[in-house]
Every structure is written in C-alpha cells, then in structure tokens.
Design a binder for this molecule. Sequence first.
Ligand code: PHE
Length: 331
Amino acid sequence: MLDEILNKIQECNNLDQLETIRVETLGKKGSLTQEFAKMKTIPGPEKKAFAENLNKQKAAVTEALDEKKVVLEKEALEIKLQSEKIDVTRFNNELSCGATHPVVETMNRIITYFQNLNFAVEEGPLVEDDFHNFEALNLPKYHPARDMQDTFYNKDYTLLRTHTSPVQIRTMLSQSTPIRMIAPGTVFRRDFDITHTPMFHQIEALVVEDGDHISFANLKHVLVEFLHHMFGDVDVRFRPSFFPFTEPSAEVDISCVFCKGDGCRVCSHTGWLEVLGCGIVDQNVFKAVGYEGKSGYAFGLGVERFAMLIHSIGDLRSLFESDTRLIGQFK
Ligand code: PHE
C-alpha cells in the first residue's frame, strides 16, 4: 500500500490533487489513519512492530507530500510569473484619447458664439469683495443673497463670488464705452442637492454704449438668436422678473427640449425650461461706476444647466463626480 501511495504522490501534478491524496491517506477517514484504528484488534506482542511499521509509513507519506508540495508550489509560481509578465518595451498600438468635459465643451461653444459677434472675453477674481459682488450691483445691505446662508465669506470679509456679475463692474471701471463683453467663469454658493452644487459655472454678458439707444429689443434679438443656435428650433419666451442690477428684468424660458412643450417631468409639466436671467442695466449700477447717462443690457446663464439640457444629463452632481464613464461618452 505504501508504494502505491508514494507513486500517486510522485505522479501528481497539481496542488489540488495533492491535497486530495493527503486527505485520502492521512485525513480523518484516510486509509493510513484507518490502519491506526486497527491497533486495538492486534494482539499484545505484535502491537509494537505493527505501530512502528505504521509510523514509518506515515512519516514516509508525510515527507513525500511535503516535498511534492514545495515542487508544485514553485511550478505554480513560475506559471503565474510567466502569465503576468509585462513587457515594458512593447509598443501599444491602441490609442486612447481623452474627451472634453461637457461643461467645458458647452462653455467653449458659448464663448465662440459670442466671440464671433465681437464680444470680448473678460475675467475677474474668484475671491471678491462686497463692493464688486453686491454693493455696486445695487444689492442692498438687507438682500437675502448677502446672507451667510447663501454666500461663502472669508474671515477678512472677502467672499467667493456668487455670480459672474462683478466682472461687469470691474470691466466698466477699467474700460470705457462701448463695452461688449462676456465673462465666463466659476461661481460659488452654499447649496448642495440634485439641482445645486457649491461650485458651478456662469457666463455673463454686458453691452454698454453712450446715450440711451440700447433697448430691450436689442437684448431680445441677441438672446433669441443665441438660444436658437444652442437648442435649435425652440420657442423662446421672456417672463418679467427681478434682479437688483437690471430694470426691467426678465427670465428667459425655452420650450421644453424633451417634450417639445407638451409637458413632462423635466419641465414640471409646464412645457417651459428656464435658461437665463437678463435685463436692462439699472441706472444705480451705472452710478456706482461713473457711467451715468449710458445705456446697456446684461444677461447671465448657468453653463451646467445648458450642458444638461443639451446632453440630457439628469443629475447635476454627476458632472462633478469625475467618473470617467460619463466623460467617455463625449469622445
Ligand atoms: N447674476 C444673475 C444670477 O446669478 C444673472 C443675471 C446676470 C441676471 C445679468 C441679469 C443680468 O442669477
């Protein structure tokens, strides 16, 4: 029996099989273990020789198993090393290219549109002061937007700009009319849910000329053309609204791009989607920058909202999760 077992061990060529042999011989119900059980029935004088013989067999099998195990483990490791070998000199023919993030892509599209209409691109700091972000924009001291609840304030009373409108103020203070500018950039508000993130992007526009000939008709024409460029054949409507820095002010809606105006979940069954805010620049704003007697219009839009409507993205937060599967869809 011993020879048979040792032979089996010798011929075994994988670790699972070796374990099976171990169980079959030395396990609780193994053949050698069972031989030990026979001890009880062996008459006294023969017991010693029987036990010695069995112990020798057991030792031989154990040793053979241990030796084989070392050999097989080494072989398994070799195979693993071979199969996982990386040839660092190999040339990769698969080109993987990146994609532009939908927010950046949408922003670029809007910027290009207005650059073609001769609008200059202006920038301003992200850390603003009360004057540029609120005061000069005719936001009174008691205005709720100034509340700690809505605005990130720093210890030194600077703040993270809550909109791109302060760039209007900076541009008017540093340049002279005529002004025709857009200000794309990051803005910050203390908000976080499916439709709000603490950081998002806006594009602001401002047109100012001497005299009083800039009218709401100019603003309306530019916006209707722009919205058709971005969303195709949609209806556009202007709804009276309020912003401290424009008078009159309006919010602009387009007919729902998902249900074509019939009413669906995205447009809350109204058939309309709000896309931007606009108006004729309030004279109080002009007063703050020494522009009395001039006329102009301004508007501001949320880039994420545009990107979501254009690409049917449901949750605003997914734009900021850095999941490459989302971006991969925009290659
Ligand atoms: N600043 C406004 C906002 O953040 C948008 C706006 C800009 C409205 C310019 C009118 C004119 O909501």
